[in-house]
Design a protein. Structure first.
Length: 253
């Protein structure tokens, strides 16, 4: 469906689209069991953010140099493909930094700090981040035309009932647990700004009855499909975000 309001992708173009580098990033769908189903953790990005400012999103961010470090390998437990390690490390680091949710072994441990300092604090506390608990569910690439472009891997993880979350007040101003259906309702009502990729993941989550079903539906290892949306301007001037296989996708920039 078209919209007269341009998507965030094209509102703040900082340079010609072809010149925008694509940075690796990780996002976490943290799922908390709740009566009658489950809730997902969402945060509201600060209004001044160059990427999705003021939008409600899932915790996440770009991979950092520290996510490739030996220190990270000491405190992030991942027994799968070594090439995927920094993505999973970044996912758990961002979840901890932005929302204060730590997926640790032993559980229930939280430490202060960001980046390498956070990893060092985990090492001092003698705990590890449990990257094996993440299910790799999707891979989305920001379309041309965005002020920043990311090759984002989305992971899902189930956290214990009653897990609390809080905004860091630097990158995000709010953090809340919400059912996927309620998040979609708030988006439709204009109460929340929820952009296309986030909305599509909420729709996918809403199709499941419980958090375990979300993890069970994750693609097998090595079979996650890379999704690269494209933007199209309709003849009436409205914008449209197109997915692979949809009419007009091949012609869109």
């Amino acid at each position: 469906m078209g919209t007269t309001r341009p998507p965030w992708y094209v509102r703040r173009v900082a340079a010609p689209a072809a010149e925008q580098p694509i940075r690796p990033a990780s996002t976490v769908l943290a799922l908390r069991p709740a009566p009658g189903g489950f809730e997902v953790l969402m945060v509201r990005r600060v209004h001044s953010a160059a990427f999705m400012g003021d939008a409600h999103v899932f915790p996440g961010g770009a991979l950092d140099e520290c996510d490739h470090s030996e220190l990270a390998r000491r405190v992030v437990r991942w027994t799968g493909d070594a090439q995927e390690f920094p993505w999973r490390a970044a996912a758990l680091r961002e979840l901890a930094e932005e929302a204060g949710v730590f997926l640790t072994d032993p559980p229930g441990v939280s430490v202060p700090g960001q980046g390498a300092e956070l990893y060092a604090a985990l090492a001092q506390a003698g705990v590890v981040l449990a990257a094996d608990s993440l299910a790799y569910v999707s891979n989305w690439v920001t379309p041309r035309g965005a002020p920043r472009r990311f090759d984002a891997r989305f992971y899902a993880a189930v956290v214990p009932p009653g897990t609390a979350a809080g905004a860091d007040r630097t990158e995000v101003t709010e953090a809340c647990w919400v059912t996927p259906g309620e998040a979609l309702r708030r988006a439709e009502a204009g109460e929340w700004r929820v952009e296309f990729p986030t909305r599509k993941h909420l729709e996918a989550l809403a199709a499941h009855q419980d958090a375990g079903a979300v993890l069970a539906a994750a693609p097998p290892a090595g079979q996650v499909v890379r999704v690269e949306p494209r933007l199209s301007v309709n003849s009436d001037g409205t914008w449209q975000v197109l997915l692979p296989g949809e009419p007009g996708y091949a012609e869109a920039g």
